[in-house]
Write a protein that binds this ligand. Structure first.
Ligand SMILES: Nc1ncnc2c1ncn2[C@@H]1O[C@H](COP(=O)(O)OP(=O)(O)OP(=O)(O)O)[C@@H](O)[C@H]1O
Length: 250
């Protein structure tokens, strides 16, 4: 594992008088996983927006494998291998699970060029293999609108892998899931990380998810990194407990 797969150095972003990011710095090694936690409004989404080219920072940099990604437009950041999954499912209602996978594989094969993607014949065998590996083979021919919430979310995560993304940014991937779906998502994230080597940053509020994913945590507070550490270290930190966790998680 190298320490400099993703380097975030002094990112700042303000909206008028609201200082959403006030010098955020941390790094993620190749094939690393970290969870970002923190109260509403602490800057988590703004950080993801900067890392995906939706917003340019006021100052500071983010680099992926030594290439600056902060300040590039979203298309260029995506071409460098940064993929994002939003909190709500973004599947296409009328397409089957298989068709979703084929589109994602086509996007990888064509470098994301839509006109080529539309003419690309999908790779059914590779799609099926990926679905089987993720435990989703039984849904291959189901229409997305008929899928349970948790399956839609896992399909979208798998599509990021099919697109060949090197860094997955997952924004509350288990929101609205049952405990069983949440555990299946944890298993999928771990399996993706181990088998593809994709690095993963996850924003989550669900501390049971965070504990079970068992990865290093970054606690954000008012646009800054308040603490980095393991679940147990963070949970025991008096500052984190008083500012975010409260005594429920003691
Ligand atoms: N486009 C914007 N214009 C103005 N203010 C914004 C904008 N985007 C975010 N903010 C503000 O920046 C601060 C950080 O917001 P952000 O959405 O990054 O927090 P968050 O940690 O993701 O919160 P949540 O957990 O509720 O999603 C908040 O005060 C928010 O209101």
């Amino acid at each position: 594992m190298t320490a400099d797969f993703l380097n975030i150095d002094g990112l700042r972003k303000s909206f008028g008088g609201i200082h959403a990011l006030q010098g955020v710095s941390f790094s993620l090694g190749a094939a690393g996983i970290k969870c970002i936690v923190g109260p509403n409004g602490c800057g988590k989404s703004t950080l993801f927006n900067v890392l995906t080219g939706v917003l340019a920072p006021d100052s500071g940099t983010a680099t992926l494998e030594g290439n600056r990604i902060s300040g590039l437009n979203a298309h260029r950041v995506s071409r460098l291998g940064v993929g994002r999954k939003f909190q709500v499912p973004g599947v296409l209602s009328d397409l089957t699970v298989m068709e979703h996978m084929e589109i994602a594989l086509a996007a990888r094969a064509t470098g994301g060029k839509v006109w080529k993607t539309l003419n690309w014949r999908g790779n059914r065998a590779e799609s099926l293999a990926m679905l089987a590996d993720a435990g989703l083979a039984e849904y291959a021919d189901k229409i997305a609108s008929q899928l349970p919430h948790g399956i839609k979310q896992r399909l979208e995560i798998l599509m990021l892998v099919a697109r060949g993304m090197k860094l997955l940014l997952l924004d509350e991937p288990t929101a609205g899931m049952t405990a069983t779906e949440t555990q299946a998502t944890i298993d999928l994230i771990r399996r993706i990380n181990q088998t593809t080597g994709a690095a993963i940053l996850v924003i989550e509020h669900d501390m049971t998810f965070v504990r079970n994913l068992a990865c290093p945590l970054i606690v954000m507070m008012r646009g800054e990194v308040l603490r980095e550490g393991t679940y147990d270290e963070v949970r025991a930190d008096p500052q984190v407990r008083s500012a975010y966790l409260g005594d429920r998680h003691a």
